[in-house]
Ligand binder design. Structure first.
Ligand code: GLN
Length: 549
């Protein structure tokens, strides 16, 4: 039978509840348990697909095409399992299901209410992920205890223990223990209030994870234990870590996984953490600096590109490199072309995005990278911008564009496919989730992947326009990956350039800390070569003299 861990959060948002859940998941997996993780989100959007990345961060895409909360990315990267769309349920999707049932007359004339109908549906979403092949389901409840929206979720998980039995459920509450500078102390009061709030919903936490900036003392943990009625062993301190990937080790040293296993009567060997420790050692040794420009639209919220950043870091760990990201606002690129900021980069990433703002800057960056032999990796919209740049500046196709941004372009080198044109519901036309691509044997991308057939996740509407493909391919521009039927271009590369490679997919969603996505790995490899090729010791006069021969 599947055991349940429910992770709630108190005091403040952004405490790293998702990372705590993901870390615990990894520790349990390393104990030989089969783990699935789920996120319940209290907002009313049916899924985060239409939410502004400025507000909500990246939309994470699963293999089966679910548009989900970015915490699912943490889960996948930590537990190294592919999750499905069912691992994310929002208030909106739960109400939609209940209301649809009501319209079908399934409630037989009864008044439909939050309790029991909404709470039952929440429980059904939880049970959906259990089964003989799942030892532990970790369910993170989004939001913060005390929010109005969270109440049905707390009620549902409270009832859950009653239904499945005390030793099959463990409640973990993540709180903040802030340091108050004027008094020079860490304060337990917010945790006390948060636990009281949780108890008023009928849930007594089994374990408390105390987030703090610096480690807190045993005395303080003892105090928290007493005031929250949690055994001392269940009070776990998780101070800020140098890297995300240290968190499993930190909470393991504090005994979290052992305590949870004891609570759930799970008897296992201690976790095998050799691989994870080795990963952290490699991370600590990854110090060769490599400077990557990320040309984004949403650069003021780093979380908007979370999986891209993590993929760059994974590739850095692989190469022993510390990736420094220069966040470049796409609209600023054209003003920067004459300056050293772009020239000094070791690599440029043009990530995905929607909407016209900043597109000309991304196109300019693609051109700059092409002309100056700077490694350039294009992801989804990145591929589209690189294609447009090449069309305009090499093929001479004036005003070439994507019909997403210029519907009257004489050369829509990026366009909707015929089959997508008549669908009025925009969401309905998106290509979402995993699609297989056939790579050209011997091409740069086939060598990078080490195979000719790959599967990557997608989230886009527009495609490389096949009407122009021959014109591109008459030059050094090669479409080296395509859909199995040959209709859709999936990968492009440029002969004679160290690395000017792009994909219509989002390989960042499949990168893992110990298994970087191949394109990112190769991209950072190329960037390191450029970094090594530029001699940072040369003072400008010497460089000029050298250039003059
Ligand atoms: N806006 C582009 C499209 O819809 C690219 C989307 C993306 O980068 N995810 O095709």
């Amino acid at each position: 039978m599947t055991k349940h861990i429910f992770v709630t959060g108190g005091v403040a948002s952004s405490l790293g509840k998702g990372l705590t859940a993901a870390s615990l998941g990894r520790l349990l997996k390393q104990r030989g348990l089969r783990v699935v993780i789920q996120k319940l989100d209290p907002y009313i959007n049916v899924d985060p697909g239409t939410m502004n990345p400025f507000e909500h961060g990246e939309v994470f895409v699963t293999d089966d095409g679910g548009e989900t909360d970015l915490d699912l990315g943490h889960y996948e990267r930590f537990i190294d399992e592919n999750l499905t769309r069912d691992s994310n349920a929002t208030t909106g999707s739960i109400y939609s299901t209940v209301i649809a049932s009501e319209r079908h007359g399934e409630f037989l004339g009864k008044t439909v209410q939050v309790i029991p109908h909404i709470t039952d549906e929440i429980q059904r979403r939880i049970r959906m992920l259990t089964g003989d092949d799942v030892d532990v389901l970790i369910t993170e409840v989004g939001g913060t205890v005390g929010d109005i929206e969270i109440l049905p979720f707390l009620e549902a998980i409270r009832q859950f223990r009653l239904d499945v039995g005390g030793t099959n459920v463990c409640y973990v509450h993540v709180t903040l223990v802030p340091f108050i500078a004027p008094s020079g102390e860490h304060k337990t009061k917010p945790t006390q209030h948060s636990v009281t709030e949780l108890r008023s919903a009928g849930i007594q936490p089994d374990a408390i994870v105390c987030r703090s900036d610096e480690p807190i003392s045993d005395d303080l943990e003892r105090k928290i234990s007493r005031l929250s009625n949690v055994p001392f062993a269940g009070v776990v301190n998780c101070p800020d870590a140098g890297s995300l990937y240290e968190i499993p080790l930190v909470v393991h040293d504090e005994g979290l996984d052992q305590f949870v296993c004891d609570t759930l009567h799970l008897i296992t060997d201690p976790p095998d953490l050799d691989g994870w420790r080795a990963l952290n050692e490699r991370l600590a040794e990854a110090t060769t600096p490599v400077r990557i420009g990320l040309i984004g639209k949403y650069v003021s919220l780093v979380d908007a590109y979370l999986s891209v950043v993590e993929s760059l870091n994974h590739a850095g760990i692989h190469h022993g490199a510390a990736v420094e990201i220069d966040w470049i606002q796409a609209e600023d690129v054209e003003g920067l072309l004459g300056e050293n900021r772009l020239r000094d980069l070791d690599g440029i990433v043009i990530p995905g995005g929607f909407g016209e703002r900043g597109v000309e800057g991304k196109i300019a960056a693609a051109g700059f990278a092409r002309e100056h032999d700077i490694p350039c990796l294009g992801l989804c919209l990145g591929l589209q911008c690189m294609t447009i740049e090449y069309a305009r500046n090499v093929l001479g196709l004036e005003r070439a564009h994507s019909s997403e941004f210029d519907p009257s372009s004489p050369h829509p080198v990026i366009d909707l496919m015929e089959s997508q044109r008549d669908v009025s519901d925009k969401g309905g036309t998106m290509r979402l989730g995993a699609y297989v691509a056939q790579l050209r044997p011997g091409s740069q991308v086939a060598q990078i992947y080490g195979t000719d057939v790959v599967s990557e996740r997608h989230r886009h509407r527009y495609e490389f326009n096949p009407r122009y493909r021959a014109r591109f391919e008459d030059t050094d521009f090669a479409c080296t990956g395509e859909s199995p039927d040959g209709r859709l271009v999936e990968f492009i590369e440029l002969e004679g350039h160290p690395f000017w490679v792009a994909t219509q997919a989002h390989p960042e969603f499949k990168s893992r800390p110990d298994r970087p996505a191949p394109l990112f790995r190769a991209f950072i490899g190329a960037a390191l070569e450029r970094a090594g090729g530029r001699n940072p010791q040369l003072i400008p006069a010497e460089a000029e003299a050298e250039a003059a021969g």
